[in-house]
Ligand binder design. Sequence first.
Ligand SMILES: NC(=O)c1ccc[n+]([C@@H]2O[C@H](COP(=O)([O-])OP(=O)(O)OC[C@H]3O[C@@H](n4cnc5c(N)ncnc54)[C@H](OP(=O)(O)O)[C@@H]3O)[C@@H](O)[C@H]2O)c1
Length: 455
Amino acid sequence: MEEAQSLPPSPPYDLVILGASGFTGKYVVKEALKFLKVPSSPLKSIALAGRNPTKLAHALNWASLPNTSPPIPILKADITDPSSIRHLCTQTKLILNCVGPFRLYGEPVVAACAQTGCDYLDICGEPEFMERMEMKFHENAMETGSLVVSACGFDSVPAELGWMFHSRQWVSPAVPNQIEAYLSLESEKRIVGNFGTYESAILGVSNVGKLQELRRSRPKRAKPVIPGPFPPKGPIIEHQKEIGLWAVKLPSADSIVVRRTLATLTENPLGLPGVNESAEWISKREAFWSMMKPAHFGVKLASKTLLGVIRFITVGVFMGLLGRNAIGRWLLFKFPSFFSLGWFRKKGPSEEEVRSATFKMWFVGRGFSDGNQVSQANMKPDMEIVTRLMGPEIGYLTTPIILLQCALILLSERENLPKGGVLPPGIVFGPTDLQERLQHNGISFDVIAKRALPA
Ligand SMILES: NC(=O)c1ccc[n+]([C@@H]2O[C@H](COP(=O)([O-])OP(=O)(O)OC[C@H]3O[C@@H](n4cnc5c(N)ncnc54)[C@H](OP(=O)(O)O)[C@@H]3O)[C@@H](O)[C@H]2O)c1
């Protein structure tokens, strides 16, 4: 008689939140508790991990309020001790990594996941980290079956799902040429971010040369074919009359992440196959990606007033000039409120400030009503579509909502997702029900206008 093949034992936890004691981490715990052991939720067991068990226990207490905290295990794991991170990977199906700046602390976690086959999602917004991890660990992660997806927070899921939602509004033969996203942050109180994000942004600015160096050292990725001419550069400060906002280019991760998804899509026009996908899923995935129409994509930070945009530029100039040398960085880190004009604070925003903030992300697309006619290089777009995403505060409400929904999809539909690899969120979660899930959790997707442009 043949011996029955025994399956490897399932790890004790569905997911582990690493860095749960951090400012964002504790909001991620709060969001995760909403789905723990709820009927129909795939989340049956979680653990919190980090280097300081006392801080982790406090985070759990805070996240459980007004209830008493449930019995959730706390695991000790320190980024500086790779064996503790590898051990963590054997305890769970999935790690949600909230330990940043990722350029300083992220690599040991990605390395351990790629080696052990554990799945990994994070809330990183640092392009150089994401591209470096892709270069170093993509092959390894594909072999072991570890799905490593960075930027599963406000950076960069609204941008990714936002352009896909927008793209679907261009019904053939119409095609977009350029989609510009305008991000506007609103609040009745102050808009404040925690020091962790500020530190990550400054380290990004000060290491911009490393990203260029990394790109030069890699083979060029495929570029999508976009109908029509390259859009004109436009002014540094734009007054977008359509949506009543002033705007300036935002050097965030969003457009880089969208470009990575577009490059993967150009190389795989029907998306990436799932590890054990059903025939029904194959048709859904292929139909989804067939509807996507690539366009030139950029993101701008917007304000209702010109003064608001001048304030953004002032903070950008402080970071750009001072972030390049050690003394300048010391000043930026020592006086975050001063150099960010009050947008970042060492101890982060109050709960009330978090509750009262919201975001709107407008996608203004210009293109052609008949893509078959787009032959002349200097042809002007004759059609415009405006769509909008709207939701709660970006860093500590929207980011945990997105991260948790990505995690729940991963836990419930793993067989439909790629076997492994280091990938951007759009190419992994685009064809899933992530958009509907976000809509159920307070993030709206709307079509605002479709109109012909004057000749
Ligand atoms: N995608 C988005 O839109 C988005 C939104 C929010 C935040 N973020 C990013 O998330 C990251 C965290 O931000 P934050 O404001 O939450 O920062 P934070 O409050 O400083 O939290 C950092 C976390 O990392 C942990 N940590 C640091 N060193 C560690 C080590 N050696 N071993 C294990 N854990 C370690 C800290 O543990 P201790 O408590 O023990 O110090 C803490 O839990 C930043 O990179 C930020 O940019 C992204």
